[in-house]
Design a protein around this ligand. Sequence first.
Ligand code: DGP
Length: 120
Amino acid sequence: MAYDKNNIFAKILRGEIPCNKIYENEHTFAFHDVNPQTPIHALVIPKGEYISMIDFSENASETEISSLFKTVTKVARELGVENNGYRILSNIGDDANQEVKHLHIHIFGGCNVGAMICRR
Ligand code: DGP
């Protein structure tokens, strides 16, 4: 599958769609999820064109990879969820119902986020 430059997060990165930005640096961008599932629900994405964690881990530079994970930790701290805890999650592909085909890591917090997997 080729990266779709018109996915919603690519448009956010280009400033074509507004978002509630939390933080950015050379390689990463963080913003609030438009449809929060918990009191704190943030998204951290690489600025590079990576579809999922598979693409990212195989093709991103070491700097991009470390930057993404350091940003997750930084954003969680800035949002005040570090002490009580939070969950990070990344949906990869169809069985995970990945809606936006640009790698993103969800940060859920601000409450007890419940069981690890909700089976339906
Ligand atoms: P996933 O199912 O893991 O691909 O989650 C995609 C998330 O992206 C979902 O929680 C809603 C969020 N989202 C979709 N469109 C927008 C948008 O335009 N702005 C923001 N901030 N979040 C969005």
